[in-house]
Design a protein around this ligand. Structure first.
Ligand code: NDP
Ligand code: OXD
Length: 314
């Protein structure tokens, strides 16, 4: 009946500490140093841990992804075929909405241009369009996309969203499926990616997609904002589009290779904002609480919420 915290690149200690508060008396183990007898382990809390760490536990019942995305698990061959549960939590959702609002405002209020002027000690005001004249398009209208869309719309922007299935969200123009993607792109000045990484979304944002964005918008050129997954962007195409003016600017939190290699051109591009995959961090306290509640509910009712559909991959 033990729990295993199996995280790579994060310190497991705050997770184990919080879980022991929320699930008193449980035996909490950590990978790779304190696994103990693997057959005791019933639940794994995983972030980028290798599939072998999980398949070594013969009595594993549930894998809890410690992120909203599950590509770090599903992309690995040999993952045990037990339910995978992802994070759906107000703390993480609010963090993502903050980051998307920050980037949309940064481009809308011409922060890159003013920062360049500050470096040169230039005092000059630039024409400022109204938020209502800027069209934001959110790809992915799931938990994070819908909340981000509402937050941006609340600021007065003209917001649309695009998902696989048809959504109805008040104040947001909703587009669905491949057949409506073109219409969605053509009315978009700031494109925000909040899609999960699946075979269908891998490499989706390529040269062709970027060139279909609106070029007649109030910002003087389209902007791309990515907090979904780097695997959805073709970075060679993105760099070319940022250099030749197809794109005016970009804010990138996720990359094809993370950490972003020192040789990446993005580091030096004046029209690119780089952040190190921090748009919506998984807070050890909030997300441990979420997992602990899920475990207690599962043991009481046999029901798991927010299970990943292995068919769609999200
Ligand atoms: P959800 O599963 O709630 O939503 C996913 C959305 O994407 C849904 O609206 C879905 O459509 C849509 N979608 C999936 N595949 C396609 C497709 N092929 N074409 C069009 N739409 C598609 O996920 P979340 O909102 O919770 O999270 C989204 C992603 O954000 C995560 O998977 C993760 O990659 C990323 N993320 C990044 C973080 C960061 O710090 N940078 C932090 C947290 C998450 P439909 O509704 O019709 O099914
Ligand atoms: C997540 C992430 O998927 O942090 O939650 O990227």
């Amino acid at each position: 009946m033990s729990l295993l915290v199996a995280v790579k690149g994060w310190d497991p200690a705050p997770w184990a500490t919080r879980l022991s508060v929320r699930l008193p008396g449980r035996d909490i183990r950590t990978w790779p140093d304190a696994i103990g007898e693997a057959s005791d382990i019933r639940y794994a809390l995983a972030w980028k841990a290798p599939a072998e760490a999980l398949s070594a536990c013969p009595n594993l019942e549930v894998i809890f992804s410690l992120g909203a995305g599950v590509d770090h698990l599903l992309a690995q061959p040999g993952l045990p075929s037990v339910p995978v549960v992802r994070v759906v939590d107000p703390d993480l959702t609010a963090r993502m909405a903050e980051w998307v609002v920050l980037q949309v405002l940064l481009h809308h209020r011409q922060h890159l241009a003013y920062a360049a002027q500050q470096r040169e000690r230039v005092w000059r005001d630039l024409p400022q369009p109204a938020a209502r004249s800027v069209r934001v398009g959110i790809m992915g209208l799931g938990v994070l996309g819908e909340r981000a869309a509402r937050a941006v719309a609340d600021l007065g922007f003209d917001v649309a969203g695009w998902a696989r299935g048809r959504k109805q969200i008040e104040g947001i123009a909703c587009y669905a499926g491949e057949e409506e993607m073109d219409a969605f792109l053509q009315r978009t000045d700031i494109l925000v990616n909040l899609l999960p990484l699946t075979p269908q979304t891998t490499g989706l944002v390529n040269r062709q997609v970027l060139s279909r964005l609106a070029s007649d918008g109030a910002l003087g050129g389209p902007v791309f904002v990515n907090a979904g997954r780097g695997g959805s962007q073709v970075e060679e195409d993105l760099v070319a589009a940022l250099r030749d003016g197809t794109l005016k600017a970009a804010s990138l939190d996720v990359f094809e290779t993370e950490p972003l290699p020192a040789t990446s051109p993005f580091w030096q591009m004046e029209n690119v904002v780089v952040s190190p995959h921090v748009a919506a961090d998984s807070d050890p306290e909030a997300i441990s609480d979420y997992v602990a509640e899920q475990i207690l509910a599962y043991e009481a009712t046999g029901v798991l919420c927010n299970r990943v559909d292995p068919g769609t991959g999200y």
